[in-house]
Design a binder for this molecule. Structure first.
Ligand code: T4K
Length: 394
């Protein structure tokens, strides 16, 4: 425990400790009986994967919900992005953010592409559009921005940089299911966009993911590549892999889709409680809704400013963990710190001052539809009490 927290911490732990861990997320799984009808149909058809009936229905339903022309389904988001990048023929260098999950730079690595890390914006934590152009070289083929925590990137500026320099834009939209910018589904921006359907995401097929391609020819290609490159029984168009979504995943997706608006509504209400309760707590910073954006409330993330809160992020993390609140340091460490990337020139901390500072200060809090309001209120009371004790004890 950080020495900034003296003996009063034991009192707080005794007062507030939860009996069971409170996780940052929990999947809103369907009641088992809801699956029965779907499973019976899958069993009786004997068609369990490779473009089955539910797979087709889910593609159509998701395209409607996400307000995109069409969509391709995958066994996870990482392979969706990896295949999309492959299908676009990207090579050389791709500019991306270090403030993301490991999968983002890894999909570049698996395509033989060098990630070039760009610093992030102070307020959105997304790639800093004003720092991208300085990183463009003759080797640059694309930009891979992430809508971090579901907060949209500056899509207009990214599109104009892409046009000006002839670069593709591929979005890692893993966190952004259902987000709309001025009524436009977020998947419509860029050449392609990936949504993750992992168990930790607001819309889940347990493992799963999707790619929105903004050209029909690209969708056709990724659909072949996720199925070994097979076009038909006698034609293989390229060295594909196996990244298909199966029928059980698709059936779960169809059930989940019926509940998604309700899940977002509940998360919005809980986010409102966090925001109301934590306003005016010194040293606790969090984002608010953006004008013209329909948010999905995938995560609730705070930033701790140690000099104002009285202690830093790591001390708060340790104390909350003692209380069985399983907060997460998304995203720490930065991807640029991983041994596989740290020797890249762009990974130098001196090039990424904002990302370095923010990564050392962020903390993700429990947020999911069936999280009780009372738990959120208790967590906020704890954050305030800790601040109060910090001030008292100096
Ligand atoms: N790009 C970005 C920006 C991403 O954030 C991700 C994934 C991807 C790409 C790749 O998409 P996928 O290939 O995964 O579709 C988790 C997820 O595994 C990962 O999907 C996600 N991002 C990342 C942000 O979070 P971990 O290692 O933090 O997960 P884990 O196992 O610690 O789970 C977090 C919490 O979720 C647990 O404390 C409790 C809860 N949980 C988790 C699982 C697996 C459950 O309640 N039930 C579960 O089954 O990575």
């Amino acid at each position: 425990m950080n020495s900034k927290f003296p003996v009063w911490q034991d009192k707080l732990v005794k007062k507030y400790k939860f009996d069971a861990p409170v996780f940052i997320t929990r999947p809103d799984l369907p009641v088992l009986s809801e699956l029965d009808g779907y499973l019976a149909k899958i069993w009786s058809s004997g068609w369990v994967t490779n473009n089955g009936a539910y797979h087709g229905i889910l593609e159509n339903e998701l395209a409607k919900y996400l307000k995109v022309k069409d969509i391709s389904l995958f066994c996870n988001g990482t392979l969706a992005l990896q295949i999309g990048i492959n299908a676009l023929g990207l090579k050389g260098e791709v500019i991306t953010t270090p403030f993301t999950f490991a999968a983002t730079p890894h999909v570049l690595y698996w395509n033989g592409i060098k990630p070039v890390f760009c610093d992030i914006e102070e307020d959105t934590y997304n790639i800093d559009v004003n720092k991208i152009e300085a990183l463009i070289t003759r080797e640059t083929t694309a930009i891979l921005p992430v809508h971090v925590f579901g907060v949209p990137c500056n899509v207009e500026k990214l599109a104009s940089i892409g046009r000006k320099h002839g670069l593709k834009i591929v979005y890692d939209a893993a966190h952004s299911f259902g987000v709309r910018v001025r009524g436009v589904g977020i998947g419509n921006f860029g050449d392609a966009a990936m949504f993750s359907f992992h168990a930790t995401k607001i819309f889940t097929t347990i493992e799963g993911g999707s790619l929105v391609c903004n050209e029909r020819a690209l969708k056709e290609k990724v659909d072949y590549l996720k199925n070994f490159g097979i076009k038909n029984e006698e034609e293989v168009v390229g060295p594909g892999t196996n990244a298909k979504m199966n029928e059980i995943q698709a059936a779960i997706g169809l059930i989940q889709l019926k509940k998604i608006d309700d899940e977002i509504k509940k998360r919005k209400a809980l986010t409102g409680i966090y925001r109301r309760e934590l306003t005016n707590v010194p040293g606790i910073i969090f984002s608010t809704d953006m004008d013209g954006v329909e948010h999905n409330y995938q995560y609730f993330v705070i930033r701790v400013v140690a000099k104002d809160y009285g202690a830093g992020r790591d001390a708060l993390f340790d104390l909350l963990r003692k209380m069985n609140i399983i907060v997460r340091k998304y995203f720490y460490p930065l991807c640029s710190h991983y041994p596989c990337y740290s020797s890249l020139p762009s990974a130098s901390p001196a090039n990424l001052p904002v990302a370095e500072r923010i990564s050392g200060a962020v903390l993700s809090f429990p947020l999911y539809g069936r999280l009780p309001e009372s738990t959120v209120k208790t967590i906020c009371a704890i954050i305030k009490d800790i601040c109060h004790e910090n001030k008292k004890t100096g």
